[in-house]
Design a binder for this molecule. Structure first.
Ligand code: GTP
Ligand code: MG
Length: 345
């Protein structure tokens, strides 16, 4: 089997992450190769054992011959100070495996931007020959949204001892998981956590109580539209996915095979029902808009100073309370469009 070129991979990813010279060409080449590899997102509260779990899962798939890339998003902001990277993402088994590449990405507080860059990086990893990407993010509000944006399958990790389960439900974890892992199930209270999760899932997936497999018929229900788009409706026997809840003991390696199998089951279901394609298409639409935003900014910057409206005067108007930044942007764009159409005429 062909070995991983770790250094080449690391260089390519650094270039894309830092928007360094050559990054544009690397990314364009990757999109042209169009090798879409499954991305498994693993999210959950700090200390839940996400890294330990990802370490185990990466080795699980690598032992089966897959080339696995692990991306760990470091949510450390300049304001909160730094966690020590080596500690947060210690993945000893994976790092030592010849078929696994491990890399952390700094989020720099730009979550929308991060998911865009992460999507590009995933494409580059596909082009470099990886077969699967594992993405660890700490579940804290918006990072959840970001992982849902980048990943084809989202695994939400919970643990006993967090206390308020209603709080967890409010934080939106029930809206992002394609599967749930109750880790540290060697500790007391794990069964209760799983029970709470199942009960909450009964509420957000009406008509699906008591079944993980899509069999039988429920009463017509109309749940959360986002979830219906992602997982279908309980009345639709084959087109419905009820996220399973599985127990894990990542530290000792318990429950890993079952989690990996459930992830594969979800990805297979997702492909069969074309929901996989829907997610990819949604992501690509976001990438187009992101690129459009960047391009528009470049164009306006390049033309700055050529018309009556320029950045310096607009900033002055904002400072004096005459306009808001979005009104200023509107004027800048209008001027650019006007000048461009005059040029074309
Ligand atoms: N008891 C028990 N501890 C575990 C288990 N899995 C992981 N841990 C421990 O939990 C602690 C945190 O594990 P990590 O894998 O770093 O957790 P994390 O969610 O990645 O943490 P952050 O990235 O900092 O949010 C470590 O001390 C692990 O050894 C488990 O199954 N049982
Ligand atoms: Mg971690």
């Amino acid at each position: 089997m062909e070995a991983l070129d770790i250094r080449r991979t690391a260089r390519a990813i650094s270039a894309v992450e830092n928007h360094a010279g050559g990054a544009g060409e690397i990314v364009r080449k990757a999109y042209r190769a169009a090798r879409y590899v499954p991305v498994v997102g693993v999210t959950g509260p700090p200390g839940a054992g996400k890294s330990t779990l990802v370490d185990r899962l990466a080795v699980h798939w690598a032992d089966r011959g897959e080339k696995v890339a692990v991306l760990a998003v470091d949510p450390t902001s300049p304001f909160t100070g730094g966690a020590v990277l080596g500690d947060r993402f210690r993945m000893e088994r994976a790092t030592g495996h010849p078929l696994v590449f491990v890399r952390s990405l700094a989020s720099r507080g730009q979550l929308g931007g991060l998911s865009g860059t992460a999507t590009d990086i995933v494409m580059v990893l596909g082009d470099l020959g990886f077969d699967r990407v594992l993405l660890e993010t700490v579940g804290a509000g918006q990072t959840d949204v970001a992982v849902g944006m980048v990943a084809d399958a989202v695994m939400v990790v919970t643990v006993p001892g967090l206390g308020d389960h209603i709080q967890a439900a409010k934080a939106g974890i029930l809206e992002i998981g394609d599967l749930y892992a109750v880790n540290k199930s060697d500790l007391a209270g794990a069964t209760a956590v799983a029970g709470h999760l199942e009960a909450n899932l009964d509420l957000v997936y009406p008509g699906s109580a008591g079944r993980n497999a899509p069999h039988g018929s429920g009463t017509p229900q109309y749940g959360n539209p986002t979830l219906r788009r992602r997982h279908g409706d309980a009345t639709d026997a084959l087109g419905f996915w009820r996220p399973p809840v599985l127990m894990a003991r990542a530290r000792e390696g318990g429950g890993i095979d079952a989690l990996a199998d459930a992830t594969e089951d979800f990805l297979a279901w997702s492909r069969e029902t074309a929901r996989y394609d829907d997610r990819v298409a949604e992501r690509l639409r976001f990438q187009i808009l992101r690129a459009t935003q960047g391009r528009l900014m470049e164009l306006c910057l390049a033309a700055d100073g050529e018309g009556d409206v320029d950045l310096v005067s607009l900033a002055g108007e904002i400072a004096s309370g005459a306009v808001s930044p979005d009104e200023a942007a509107e004027r800048l764009i209008e001027q650019w469009v006007r000048r461009a159409s005059n040029r074309d005429a």
